[in-house]
Design a protein around this ligand. Structure first.
Ligand code: UDX
Length: 437
């Protein structure tokens, strides 16, 4: 099939490459000419495992091209909207200007029977509003909401082998013509048994925000338990192992630590609360305010613990932060808890050095006042304390016996509870985890 993908960020670039991998002829369109130039040379403008190799593979087939010219969408029968919906400045609500602009600019290039497929995360009600614009055209195109659940760091495999597909169509019916067309797009994963649900527009939009809210709640739940464990002298990692064995609860997303960040969970729960308020249902989501508050408290707690670890004062202490991205296997620093903690420590008088395998360039753009060091060996030299804040494998694998000779004082705060505390203590370190004795 001929497919256009509008918006080539974390979501769209991966989606375009994966659609070409599924055998379709794809054009990726974005207003950012720098991004398009890199993609056209088969280079991802951000770090995502497997993406560079996939871009190269599919571009060699000639099935994937990139352009800044919206008219290139003409002739495609399926148009995926993959632009961002960031948090509005000074408000909790989502900024829909990129989605609105993408659809408006696409309208002149639609043909009868085309499908406009929204993948961006939007407030419930957006699809119905955009559907009027799309169907109001002489073209009689259809609008489907088909939310994307990919995780950064696993984006390629999540797109090629998703847990489920959700198609939100105007009448919520299996017989809607869009259903057969999308089934053709996703024929390969569907034939491998991926479940697919057809819903109406608002349900499809809510599936995405509800899923992200549930995940955020799960993380804040275990972080609230970490607060209690600290007060009671218990170990939250063992608690999570034990409750996670109940398969109604499950162990995934029960890792207590410095909390969630990134371009999705924080802004999605806030936009969800804002939208519920507009719909007169704000009470239904007041618990998300607490989820957000527990999450933000983790950052303050780590600053306090770092002060304790450094003997009561941060002033002039050399602190090395291991990890800047919001999660491993990503160079994304949007709302990264690690970076926000690093910046707080610096403000409170510490001399902070940040290291990360992939995210330093993005981090330096966001917090130019921090000191960055690419080599982790150099970064830890003469440190008064180490803070492991993003659990990259290379930090999990650090050898406490080797490292002890590099630092000034062997103190480590394990912000993700991923190190073997007994081993670090045996090697002479003062070890602090979060929610662990
Ligand atoms: C999330 C959703 O998982 C995905 O389905 C959706 O499409 C987009 O938002 P992503 O933002 O890539 O994906 O990251 P995710 O793996 O969900 O992690 C989010 C944050 O939660 C990270 O900062 C991570 O470190 C943190 N986290 C995750 C925890 O603190 N504890 C956990 O147990 C799991």
């Amino acid at each position: 099939m001929r497919i256009s993908v509008i918006g080539c960020g974390y979501l769209g670039a991966v989606h375009a490459a994966c659609m070409a991998k599924l055998g379709h002829e794809v054009v990726g369109i974005d207003v950012d000419s720098r991004k398009i130039a890199e993609l056209a040379e088969a280079r991802a403008p951000f770090y995502e495992p497997e993406l560079d190799a996939l871009l190269k593979e599919v571009q060699e087939t000639g099935r994937l091209t990139f352009t800044t010219d919206m008219s290139a969408a003409e002739g495609s029968s399926i148009h995926f909207i993959c632009v961002g919906t960031p948090q509005k400045k000074g408000e909790n609500a989502a900024d829909l200007s990129y989605v609105d602009a993408a659809v408006t600019e696409l309208l002149p290039y639609l043909s009868p029977g085309d499908l406009v497929v929204g993948k961006s995360t939007v407030p419930v009600g957006t699809a119905a509003r955009l559907s009027d614009a799309v169907q109001g055209q002489e073209t009689e195109a259809h609008l489907v909401w088909n939310p994307e659940f990919l995780r950064e760091g696993h984006a390629v495999s999540d797109t090629l082998h998703p847990d489920r597909f959700v198609y939100g169509v105007s009448d919520g019916s299996e017989d809607h013509p869009a259903v057969a067309a999308l089934d053709e797009v996703y024929a390969l994963p569907l034939s491998a048994g991926t479940p697919r649900l057809v819903t109406d527009h608002p349900t499809a939009e809510l599936v995405k925000t509800a899923a992200n809210s549930f995940l955020a709640t799960k993380i804040s739940f275990i972080n609230a338990m970490a607060e209690l464990c600290e007060a009671a002298g218990a170990d939250v990692t063992r608690l999570a192992d034990a409750i996670g064995m109940d398969d109604r609860i499950g162990r995934k997303f029960l890792n207590a630590g410095i909390g969630f960040g990134g371009g999705c969970l924080p802004k999605d729960i806030r936009a969800f609360m804002a939208r519920a308020g507009e719909l007169g249902a704000d009470q239904a989501l007041t618990f998300l305010r607490e989820v957000d508050a527990i999450n933000m408290r983790r950052r303050t707690r780590v600053v306090e613990l770092s002060r304790e670890l450094c003997g009561g004062s941060l002033m002039g202490k050399r602190i090395t932060v291991l990890g800047a991205s919001f999660k491993p296997e990503s160079d994304d620093v949007r709302d990264s808890p690690a970076l926000s903690i690093a910046a707080q420590l610096q403000l409170q008088g510490a001399i902070v050095t940040v290291t990360d395998p992939k995210a330093l360039a993005n981090a330096a753009k966001r917090f130019p006042e921090l000191h960055y060091e690419t080599s982790s060996e150099k970064a830890v030299q003469r440190a008064d304390a180490l803070l492991l804040l993003t659990e990259w494998q290379e930090y999990r694998d650090l050898d406490p016996y080797e490292l002890v000779t590099s630092v000034s004082t062997p103190r480590i705060l394990d912000g993700r509870n991923v190190l073997d505390s007994a081993k670090w203590r045996a090697a002479g370190w003062s070890y602090r985890g979060l929610g662990r004795p």
